[in-house]
Ligand binder design. Structure first.
Ligand code: ARG
Length: 231
């Protein structure tokens, strides 16, 4: 019945958190753009309804979904057990892992090193990178920002010694900081990204899974990743 409700409503609403290229960022026109934004549009088109995007802080997305502010989260969101208790995830459409983004002249060579030193580590609040830094590295109060773009800016401004953020975003953002920032190859986590839908909407999950599978098979997802990384 969810599908019918969306068709009746006439609009499919995607919720995202920009500042995380290539998945979501603000385009030249100031509007959200990116892989997740385009995938949401593919779903809206298949449903034959209007499309709307709501941009908010990453940490607010799950509550907003639960309270019905939108139909789906597309935010480079990693599937975790804790989140899966609150929302339903679609099939995976991309993979990534946490990496270290560092000042170009940094002597840090591994995440392990952050455990021992007196370092300021910056993270995107409420993300898997935040959880990794606190729980695995044992750094109790990392410098939290809203998104990866803000973490990189803080690092470039000398406010932190390292940022722990998702590999794909780090590799995209670093292009804007040539000679200033670098990414370590070491990936310290393995993560799967999926779209999230409020519990109890199996028909919508099934529908979106079909859209994702089709667009993985026909190469559209790869093409979108390439296109939005090149910016
Ligand atoms: N993959 C990480 C997580 O799920 C970070 C995602 C951040 N996404 C964003 N749109 N700002 O926790």
């Amino acid at each position: 019945p969810t599908l019918d409700a969306i068709k009746e409503k006439g609009t499919f609403t995607l919720m995202t958190a920009t500042g995380f290229p290539p998945f979501e960022y603000l385009g030249a026109d100031g509007q959200p753009a990116g892989v997740d934004i385009d995938v949401g549009k593919l779903v809206a088109d298949e449903l034959g309804v209007e499309y709307e995007v709501l941009d908010m802080d990453f940490g607010l997305l799950i509550e907003a979904l639960k309270s019905g502010k939108g139909d789906m989260i597309g935010a480079g969101m990693t599937v975790t057990d804790e989140r899966a208790q609150q929302v339903d995830f679609t099939v995976t459409y991309a993979t990534a892992g946490q990496v270290l983004l560092l000042p170009a002249d940094s002597t840090i060579t591994s995440a392990e090193e952050l455990k021992s030193g007196d370092y300021t580590v910056t993270v995107q609040a409420n993300t898997t990178g935040d959880i990794y830094v606190q729980d695995t590295l044992g750094i109790s109060s990392p410098l939290q920002f809203k998104n990866a773009v803000e973490c990189a800016a803080a690092l470039a401004a000398g406010k932190a010694d390292a940022a722990v953020i998702d590999s794909v975003a780090a590799n995209t953002i670093v292009k804007n900081y040539e000679g200033e920032l670098k990414v370590l190859d070491e990936m310290v986590t393995e993560e799967n990204y999926a779209l999230a839908i409020a519990k109890g909407q199996e028909d919508l999950v099934e529908f979106v899974n079909q859209v994702i599978e089709k667009n993985i098979e026909n190469g559209t997802i790869d093409k979108l990743l390439e296109e939005h990384t090149a910016l």
